[in-house]
Design a protein around this ligand. Structure first.
Ligand code: COA
Length: 354
């Protein structure tokens, strides 16, 4: 009996040896392809840099010869400038499937580890995960701030809330930097907003217990609750956009058109914007309250003035950037090429039937 089992083992092993030879061959093939791919990536990156350099030189010369051209040459010059613009767009498109260097912030935190996602599906998943992360943590912060509102005398609960906020905003800055490396067009201000918010939560965390702290505490907790509520609303808008744009970008069979997307986006914005602007005026109110408290307490605690300045800075940045975003969207509305350029719809598909 035992002999039989042993013989089966030997037979199995022989069998596996044959399969292993195939596995080894497959792996060798894979490493060779990987080496070829890395070499091709490096070559593409270098070639794009070379083309950019030569285009820069051509542009410099074009600037110099601008004055004494004939009418025909002026027209040729315009055509050339348009071709250069299109070529630059093509470079950007090519770069989406090539590895990128990390910015200074990511290099400091992560070093030169490669965070480039080369596949569109992976980029979409990462962005989706980022939005879900924001929603989950916002919900947790919302619950804690509600709890903190009713528990008056436990400073450690306030500290927990602020600590969570510091961690949340810090994590957002890292995730957003990775998104930017992978081609996301997040405006610089939103990233700055999360850096400044980290500092704001950090200062609130170390603000010593006292009369001034207690006077601002309720307003601050209500503001935190409101902010996370707005983040939750933002999630539904952003993930709706993301899903629809992905369907458009893939020429999906889902019944969606560019016009349909634009109309959905405007409806979403019309719903979201009043909540956002109410939040900005809440920030302005916080800045005013803190300034009054600083004056009242004769600037005894530096945290009060610092927070007043930060709340005002956040109000101004958010308010102006949101106005800029709306203005840009109004300008782009109806220009289908802006969407198709941004999300690279399939060339053969007509926008109406995408
Ligand atoms: N945080 C992170 N990413 C943001 C963002 C924000 N606040 N606002 C926009 N983005 C991202 C978008 O997802 C998009 O990413 P993608 O290129 O990877 O697809 C990119 O930036 C460009 O977005 P854009 O077309 O300019 O705007 P939008 O339609 O996606 O969103 C708003 C417009 C106004 C809804 C959005 O900018 C927003 O929510 N702003 C308010 C943020 C705020 O004020 N927070 C504090 C609350 S008090």
């Amino acid at each position: 009996m035992a002999d039989n089992e042993f013989a089966t083992c030997l037979e199995d092993w022989e069998d596996l040896e044959k399969e292993y030879v195939q596995l080894e061959e497959g792996h060798k093939n894979y490493t060779k392809l990987l080496e070829q791919m890395t070499a091709a990536q490096k070559k593409c990156v270098a070639d794009i840099a070379h083309h950019r350099y030569r285009i820069r030189r051509i542009m410099e010369t074009l600037k110099k010869v601008g004055r004494d051209l004939t009418e025909e040459e002026v027209q040729q010059r315009e055509e050339l400038l348009q071709k250069i613009k299109d070529r630059k767009d093509n470079f950007r498109e090519m770069e989406e499937s090539l590895p990128h260097k990390n910015g200074i912030y990511l290099s400091i935190i992560l070093g030169q580890v490669n965070v480039s996602l080369l596949d569109k599906g992976d980029k979409f998943k990462y962005k989706q995960e980022y939005e879900k992360f924001k929603l989950t943590v916002s919900n947790i912060i919302m619950l804690i701030s509600l709890f903190t509102y009713f528990i008056q005398s436990y400073r450690w609960v306030d500290a927990l809330l602020n600590f969570l906020l510091v961690w949340y905003y810090c994590t957002l800055t890292i995730r957003e930097s990775i998104l930017i490396v992978n081609g996301s067009r997040i405006k610089g201000w939103w990233l700055t907003h999360h850096f400044v918010s980290t500092v704001c939560a950090g200062i609130s965390l170390i603000w010593p217990e006292g009369e001034t702290y207690q006077k601002f505490r309720t307003t601050y907790i209500l503001f935190t609750f409101y902010l996370t509520f707005v983040y939750a609303l933002q999630y539904y808008y952003q993930s709706g956009c993301l899903y629809r744009l992905r369907c458009l970008g893939q020429g999906h069979t889902m019944d969606i058109t560019v016009e349909g997307f634009m109309s959905w986006m405007w409806k979403g914005l019309a719903f979201l914007l009043p909540f956002l602007f109410f939040g900005y005026f809440f920030q302005l109110y916080n800045a005013y309250t803190l300034l009054m408290l600083a004056l009242e307490s004769n600037f005894r605690e530096w945290q009060v003035v610092a927070l007043a300045v930060i709340h005002f800075f956040l109000f101004a940045g958010n308010f102006l950037t949101s106005l800029k975003v709306i203005r840009q969207k109004l300008k782009d509305d109806g220009r289908l090429d802006f969407l198709s350029k941004k999300y690279k719809f399939r060339n053969h598909a007509h926008p109406k039937t995408l």
